[in-house]
Design a protein around this ligand. Structure first.
Ligand SMILES: NC(=O)c1ccc[n+]([C@@H]2O[C@H](COP(=O)([O-])OP(=O)(O)OC[C@H]3O[C@@H](n4cnc5c(N)ncnc54)[C@H](OP(=O)(O)O)[C@@H]3O)[C@@H](O)[C@H]2O)c1
Length: 139
C-alpha cells in the first residue's frame, strides 16, 4: 500500500483515482507534532519514509524579518525531521525500512542569497547523521 502525506489530502484526488484503495492519503503538516504522530500511528506498514517537506522564503541577512523567516524555515526544514523520526520510529524499528530526508547543497555550504534556508538545511543534514550511523544494519 502507498501512503502519502500532504497538508491538504484533497490535492491528491487524481492520484487516488489512479491507485484506488492502494493509496491512503493522510493529512500531515510537519510543523504539527500531533498530525505527524497520528500519521505514524495510522501508517503501520511503512517501508520508505520520504520526507520531502521544505520551506524557503527569500530574505536578506540584515532584513527586519530575518528572525521570523529563519524560525519558519527551521520549523519545516529542521524540526520537521525529528518530528518525523519520532512519529514513525516504532513502525520503522519494528519492521525495518528506509528514511529519506530531502536535503540541499545549500546545507553543505551557505548560499549567500539563501542564508536562513541554508542554515536550516545544514541543521537537517546534521540530524540525518546519527540515525544513518546508529540504525544501519549491523550497527
Ligand atoms: N527546488 C530546488 O531547487 C531545491 C534544491 C534543493 C533541495 N530542494 C528541496 O527539495 C524539497 C522539495 O522542494 P521543491 O522545490 O519541490 O519545493 P516546493 O514545490 O515548494 O515543495 C515543497 C513541498 O514541501 C511540502 N511542505 C512545505 N511545508 C510543509 C509542511 N509544513 N508540512 C508538510 N509538507 C510541507 C509541500 O507540501 P504541500 O504540497 O502540502 O504544500 C511540498 O510538497 C524541499 O525539501 C527543498 O528544500 C529543492
Amino acid at each position: 500500500m502507498k501512503v502519502t502525506r500532504r497538508r491538504d489530502p484533497e490535492t491528491l484526488a487524481a492520484l487516488r483515482e489512479r491507485h484506488g484503495s492502494r493509496l491512503v492519503a493522510l493529512r500531515s503538516d510537519v510543523t504539527n507534532a500531533g498530525q505527524v504522530a497520528e500519521a505514524g500511528r495510522q501508517a503501520t506498514d511503512v517501508d520508505l519514509l520520504f520526507n520531502n517537506a521544505g520551506a524557503f522564503e527569500p530574505t536578506e541577512l540584515t532584513g527586519e524579518t530575518i528572525v521570523d523567516v529563519a524560525r519558519r524555515e527551521m520549523e519545516v526544514n529542521y524540526f520537521g525531521a525529528p518530528r518525523m523520526l519520532r512519529g514513525f520510529a516504532d513502525t520503522l524499528s519494528r519492521r525495518g525500512g528506509v528514511i529519506v530526508h530531502v536535503g540541499s547543497a545549500a546545507g553543505l555550504s551557505n548560499v549567500p542569497l539563501q542564508p536562513t534556508y541554508s542554515a536550516s538545511k545544514a541543521a537537517q543534514h546534521s540530524l540525518t547523521q546519527p540515525p544513518a550511523r546508529c540504525w544501519r544494519p549491523g550497527a
